[in-house]
Design a protein around this ligand. Structure first.
Ligand code: AP5
Ligand code: MG
Length: 224
């Protein structure tokens, strides 16, 4: 099964995709997590991406497309839940081409719709684990111990692009470069809009309902 989770920065894509991927038994591939890991390891790719990420701009298509498509090709025997890719029409077209060449198909696109006020509130309070990518929030998703990851005890961090100024630029770029993808997938009958406002479990239940229909007989565990 191949799915995309779409939505503005801070919509909850990572939070939901991590759990949904586990529920469906498919790999969650976050382009943002991948780039942050490359940066942390000091690779050339991480170095190339850093300036764009910190400015809230998209990393150029020439760089992103090959990096992600290589992983999509590697997932041939299992399913994949793409989070953060595609983000431009050129990326979406390249994904279509790669899937067609491999005789695979995209099952659906889950588009999380969240109000702008919630986005700012969610992003400014976000904390992440640099080791396992778990996502927390200072109000809405607190770790058991303040500032420490529940999974591995790592110190939680704030992302450098989670400042109010950079968020404005990320949201503007989303509207200009990524929003057109809703039309792109809607024309192909693949777009499923999901209300992303409300509590994490409520949103998860909505995603499960849509995904169950897309996955046919596959079992998928519901919210907690
Ligand atoms: P990326 O890491 O993908 O960032 P993003 O798209 O801006 O999305 P976020 O990760 O900020 O938000 P999210 O929707 O995952 O929300 P989350 O679940 O964390 O990309 C970063 C950068 O990398 C880009 O700006 C770009 O430079 C580059 N890049 C990546 N992919 C690229 C590509 N394909 N092409 C070019 N460049 C690319 O939730 C947010 C917070 O809200 C958390 O604290 C969470 O706990 C909380 N929360 C979640 N759900 C709820 C809820 N229902 N109620 C209350 N709080 C909630
Ligand atoms: Mg994310």
């Amino acid at each position: 099964m191949i799915l995309i989770i779409l939505g503005p920065p801070g919509a909850g894509k990572g939070t939901q995709a991590q759990r949904l991927g586990e529920g469906l038994g498919i790999q969650h591939l976050s382009s943002g997590d991948l780039l942050r890991a490359e940066r942390a390891s000091g690779t050339p790719l991480g170095g190339q991406a850093a300036g764009f990420m910190d400015a809230g701009e998209l990393v150029p298509d020439e760089i992103m497309i090959e990096v992600i498509l290589a992983r999509v090709r590697d997932s041939a025997d299992s399913g994949i839940l793409l989070d953060g890719f595609p983000r431009t029409v050129a990326q979406a077209e390249s994904l279509d081409g790669a899937l067609e060449a491999a005789a695979r198909r995209l099952n659906g696109v889950l588009d999380l719709a969240v109000s702008r006020a919630s986005i700012i509130e969610r992003i400014t309070g976000r904390r992440i684990c640099p080791k396992c990518n778990s996502v927390y929030h200072t109000r809405f998703r607190k770790p058991r111990q303040d500032g420490v990851c529940d999974q591995d005890g790592e110190k939680l961090l704030q992302r450098p692009d989670d400042t109010e100024t950079v968020i404005v630029s990320r949201l503007d770029n989303y509207d200009k470069q990524t929003k057109p993808l809703t039309e792109y997938y809607s024309r192909r009958g693949l777009l499923h809009s999901v209300n992303g406002d409300g509590e994490v479990n409520q949103v998860y239940e909505r995603l499960v309902t849509v995904t169950r229909k897309l996955s046919g007989t596959r079992e998928l565990s519901g919210g907690e």
